[in-house]
Every structure is written in structure tokens, then in C-alpha cells.
Ligand binder design. Structure first.
Ligand code: ARG
Length: 576
């Protein structure tokens, strides 16, 4: 598509004789579209040109040569140049792009770049909690968006399947395994065993010692211990898959901490070589004080076992070699900020190419708060995730039943609406913000919610159908080839067209900032823009030419909502 900003930058550069790329970066989008579609802040040039912004603005306006078929006019308002793009050109550009491509906004700007995303990563024999849900949803949205922009993306489910707790689990199972039916309700039963053995360990040092031995045996690949560990892992994964089946979640690797652990000795060797590894109370640590990190990183515990941090360092080595990554994103709550600071700083001592250490990024997110407080497994307000998702579906079904009792496929629709609502809620605010989980807000069809996006989409579809157009035919039969875009010059239509025009730019912002909420907010803006348009314009009118133009507008809104929501991991119902 034509880049309007580029047109503006080039025209300005012809006047001021400065590099158009530099000028391009200064161009802004005014908050109020009454002030133009793009604005150039002349104070950015004041120093270089040794003139006041007001004088610069007047001079540029005087001398600038604009192609009125692209940029209609330019105004000066206190040091700003405000540009108005040609409305027909905008509509034509959007129309031609829709006719040209199969998937609007898809691009190849990421070609040749490898992105790995470490997300979801629940822990074996422990519940899949709400933090893992957020990680899954954010990670998946980023995965989809990077992929859509042509990056080579790999999703890594780095399972927490290693650590001394498995020595305890094995001991507990040995003692009481026959009392439990862990196949039936794996996570709860395993949790139960874990709590019980932990209590026993507190009172009986001999049991604790046996647990340690079990873990040692597990590390040495003792068949009995490995078998049990595999059983715990398999049963946990079966449970986790129930959640992925409902929620979505694509992973290219399920290699967890256990598969990385054998590489820890290599990490220790490399760190020794760096001369920074030191002994402290029997543990091996690295002091990071001079790097501005007050807490040292522990690489090896005093009992000889490796740490979570050491395994993350080993994983970096492994991933650099295996995936040759340009970017490695770690999606966890902000509780792990210190951990990743330490790990990323220490990774610089492994002798890796800077490309890798510069590519490490912690993508952190806030807590999920129930209206009654924090949702956590430790503090007792346990919410089982599967139950939460089921409740979402049930509640959605009730709402649908009320609004549209005769609709077919209620269950299928309720699933898309309920899960869509949960996902959208997770992505609707800046990720670092704590999120409030309130059913009434999440499932409100009129609020800034997933169901609202779906509802608007369904509405666009039904309008198109009412006009006698089969959506499936649109691409194949080039239905919109001959529409007259002159009918789309009113402010409401233009507002929609501008948003649609910006779609790819929005996706780029999502990947630049690792922030899916940029896309979710944008989808709300489009849905609202369509409501505004629809409330003041009839779509199905007598005049065929106007009707077709408005149906086209309706169609592209639906497409953007469908594609955008799809990138967020939300499916669209056909009706609701
Ligand atoms: N399993 C960990 C947890 O539940 C998260 C793992 C994050 N990824 C990583 N490479 N450390 O807290």
C-alpha cells in the first residue's frame, strides 16, 4: 500500500534538504482527526535550521509541493504542519489491497529472523494456575503476530519437570501410592501426596534424607525413579492438554527443565573460566553487585544440586545452538523480574555471541486479581483453571440463551464466546497491569470485551448476508472490484478506512513492544467506529452503488475483526 507518511516526508525533505528517513520518524498522528491525518512537529527542526518552529512551518507550507491526489492539503497550527490525505486515495488503497491479497496485513518483514517464545511452562505435578493461563494467552498472541509478519517463530513449553520436589514425590508415592488413584484425578492426587510427604519431611529427617537420595537416583537415571517421574509427567501433561484443547496453545517443543539439566556442568565450566564463580556458604554463586543487581545469582546449591537459574543459563546455550535465535522472549509474571535480570546478566559470561545475549527479553505481566483479592495457589484462594474455563462457557451459554434462545449450535457458540471473553480480558490492558477478573465485566456484550468484538463481527456478517452476498464468494468472484469508493468520503467511513489502513502498523507495534493489548485496543476502536458508522448510515439502501460501497466497508471491518481476533487466539462464531 502507498505509504502516506513517506509521501509527506519526501515532500518536506525537498524543501528543507534533510534526510527524508529522519523526517519520517518525526511524523505523528494527531489525537483529533480534525487536526489532520498526519502532523509534522516543526520544533524538531528548530535547532538544525536555527529558526523558530512557527517560521519553519510557514516556510515549508509556502514551498512544499504536494500531489493533491495523495495529500489534499496542509495547514499550519502553531509550529505544526497538519496534513490531510486524499480521501478517495485512501479508500482506493485499502480496496486495492483487499482485492490483491489473500490475508490482509500479512507480511514478510520478519523473514530470516528467528524468534523463540518461552511461554505457558506449567509445572509437573502442580496445578496449571492462572499465571500460566496469562502466560499462555500472551505468548500465543505474540506467537501468532510474529508469525503473521513472516518471522520464523518457535513456541517452547519449558515445563517445570525437575527439582528436589520430585525426590519427595517419589518417596510419597512409594509410601502411599496404593491409597490413591492418580490416573483418575492426577493433579489433585499428586498435590495431596506432595503436601503429605512435605509434612512428614518436616518432622522426620530420615524421610527427608530418603527423598534426597531419590532425587539423586533420578539424576543418575535409576529405572524405578525415572519410571515414576515419567508417570507423573505424562499424567500432568494429559491434564494440561485438556486446558490447551480449550484455550489453544501451539508448541514446537516440550523440552522442560529436566532435559536441560544435563547441560548444567558445561555452564559451570564456562562460568569458572570467567573467573566470577565463587563459593559462599558451600554454594556457588556470582556476585552481580557491580552490574547493579544486589542479590547474587546462585548457580549450585550447597547440597550440590543445580538451580532454576543454572538451568535457565544452560537453556540459553542450548537454544542459541538449536534455534540461532534473534530474539528469545520469556513470558512470566513480574514475580520473576529479578531472576531474569540475574540470568541475562550472567549469560554474558558464557562466551556467547552478543547477538544472543542482546536478544534475551523478559516479557513480564501483572497479577490476576479476583474482585476479592489475589488468585493464588499458595494463599488458598485456589481457582482450578479447568473449572474457570468451564464456568466461562456456562455463563456465556446463559447470556446467549437469554439474548437468542432459538439459535442453533449453542454449545459451540458458548465455547467461542466464553473462552474468547477470558482471552480478551487477559489481553485488554497493558500486560504489566494487574488484571481484575470480574465475570460481569468480561462477558458484557456492550463493554470493551471479547464478546463485543465477536458481536460486531457477527453483525457485519449478517448485514452482508442480508444484502444477498455470500461471503465465501467475495474473494473468488471479485465482488468488490467495481465498487465506487467516492461514496466513502464521509467522516465515519473515513475513520474506519484509516484504522483499516493502519492494521499492519499496529501489528508491528505489537511485536516491537511485545504488547498484544495494542491489538486488542485497536479492535475495540474498529468495532466502535463501525457502530458509529452504522448508527448514522443505512447500509442496505436503494442506490446500488452506495449500497455496495457500504457493504464493502462492512466487509473489511468484519475481516479485520476476524483476523485480528484470530491473532489474539480468539475464534469467531458465525452467529450469536
Ligand atoms: N515453570 C516456571 C513457573 O511456573 C516458569 C518457567 C519460565 N521459563 C523459564 N525459562 N524460566 O514459574
Amino acid at each position: 500500500m502507498l505509504d502516506f507518511k513517506n509521501e509527506i516526508a519526501t515532500s518536506i525533505s525537498n524543501v528543507v534538504k534533510l534526510d527524508s528517513k529522519e523526517l519520517y520518524a518525526f511524523i505523528e498522528v494527531p489525537k483529533d482527526s480534525q487536526n489532520g491525518d498526519y502532523a509534522f512537529p516543526c520544533f524538531k527542526l528548530a535547532k538544525e535550521l536555527k529558526k523558530s518552529p512557527i517560521v519553519i512551518a510557514e516556510e515549508i507550507k509556502e514551498k512544499i509541493i504536494l500531489d493533491s491526489n495523495i495529500i489534499e492539503k496542509v495547514n499550519v497550527v502553531s509550529g505544526y504542519l497538519n496534513f490531510f490525505i486524499n480521501k478517495i486515495k485512501l479508500a482506493e488503497e485499502v480496496k486495492n489491497e483487499f482485492l490483491k491479497v489473500d490475508e490482509y496485513g500479512k507480511s514478510n518483514i520478519g523473514n530470516g529472523k528467528n524468534i523463540i517464545i518461552d511461554y505457558s511452562h506449567p509445572n509437573i505435578a502442580k496445578p496449571f494456575h492462572i499465571g500460566h493461563l496469562r502466560s499462555t494467552v500472551i505468548g500465543q498472541a505474540l506467537y501468532n503476530t510474529f508469525d503473521y509478519l513472516g518471522y520464523n517463530v518457535k513456541g517452547l513449553n519449558y515445563l517445570g519437570d525437575y527439582g528436589t520436589q520430585f525426590g519427595k514425590m517419589i518417596e510419597g508415592y512409594k509410601l502411599w501410592g496404593n491409597e490413591y488413584d492418580i490416573e483418575k484425578d492426577p493433579i489433585n492426587q499428586m498435590m495431596d501426596i506432595y503436601v503429605r510427604i512435605n509434612n512428614l519431611c518436616k518432622n522426620d529427617p530420615e524421610v527427608l534424607e530418603r527423598c534426597r537420595e531419590n532425587f539423586k537416583k533420578l539424576e543418575d537415571r535409576d529405572p524405578y525413579c525415572v519410571d515414576l517421574w515419567e508417570k507423573f509427567r505424562k499424567l500432568s501433561l494429559k491434564e494440561f492438554h485438556k486446558i490447551y484443547d480449550i484455550l489453544g496453545g501451539k508448541f514446537d517443543s516440550w523440552d522442560g527443565e529436566a532435559s536441560i539439566a544435563p547441560m548444567v556442568p558445561e555452564v559451570i565450566e564456562l562460568l569458572k573460566k570467567s573467573g566470577k564463580l565463587m563459593l559462599s556458604e558451600g554454594a556457588e554463586i556470582i556476585d552481580l553487585e557491580d552490574k547493579g543487581i544486589n542479590t547474587p545469582i546462585i548457580i549450585k546449591k550447597s547440597n550440590g544440586s543445580s538451580t532454576y537459574a543454572a538451568r535457565d543459563l544452560a537453556a540459553i546455550l542450548y537454544r542459541a545452538r538449536t534455534y540461532d535465535f534473534d530474539k528469545a522472549l520469556y513470558i512470566t509474571s513480574y514475580e520473576q523480574v529479578l531472576h531474569f535480570k540475574q540470568v541475562f546478566e550472567t549469560a554474558k559470561l558464557l562466551g556467547l555471541d552478543e547477538k544472543y545475549t542482546n536478544g534475551l527479553e523478559h516479557v513480564s505481566f501483572g497479577m490476576v486479581l479476583l474482585p476479592t483479592g489475589k488468585m493464588s495457589t499458595r494463599e488458598g484462594t485456589v481457582v482450578k483453571l479447568e473449572d474457570l474455563l468451564m464456568e466461562a462457557i456456562e455463563r456465556a451459554q446463559k447470556v446467549i440463551q437469554e439474548k437468542n434462545p432459538n439459535i442453533e449450535n449453542k454449545e459451540e457458540i458458548a465455547k467461542k464466546v466464553g473462552i474468547g471473553a477470558v482471552i480478551f480480558n487477559d489481553l485488554s490492558n497493558n500486560r504489566i497491569k494487574d488484571e481484575i477478573f470480574d465475570w460481569d465485566i468480561i462477558l458484557n456484550f456492550q463493554g470493551e470485551t471479547g464478546p463485543y468484538i465477536q458481536y460486531t463481527y457477527v453483525r457485519t456478517k449478517s448485514i452482508i448476508e442480508k444484502a444477498g452476498i455470500n461471503i465465501e464468494d467475495v474473494k473468488e468472484n471479485k465482488i468488490f472490484e467495481n465498487i465506487s469508493v467516492e461514496h466513502l468520503q464521509d467522516p465515519d467511513s473515513q475513520n474506519i478506512l484509516k484504522l483499516v489502513y493502519n492494521f499492519e502498523d499496529i501489528l508491528i507495534q505489537v511485536t516491537d513492544k511485545n504488547e498484544p493489548s495494542i491489538l486488542s485496543r485497536y479492535l475495540i476502536d474498529i468495532a466502535k467506529a463501525y457502530s458509529t458508522f452504522y448508527n448514522s448510515n443505512k447500509v442496505i439502501v436503494e442506490d446500488e452503488s452506495i449500497k455496495n460501497a457500504r457493504i464493502f466497508l462492512t466487509y473489511i471491518v468484519g475481516e479485520i475483526l476476524r483476523i485480528g481476533a484470530g491473532l489474539l487466539g480468539i475464534q469467531m462464531p458465525d452467529k450469536m
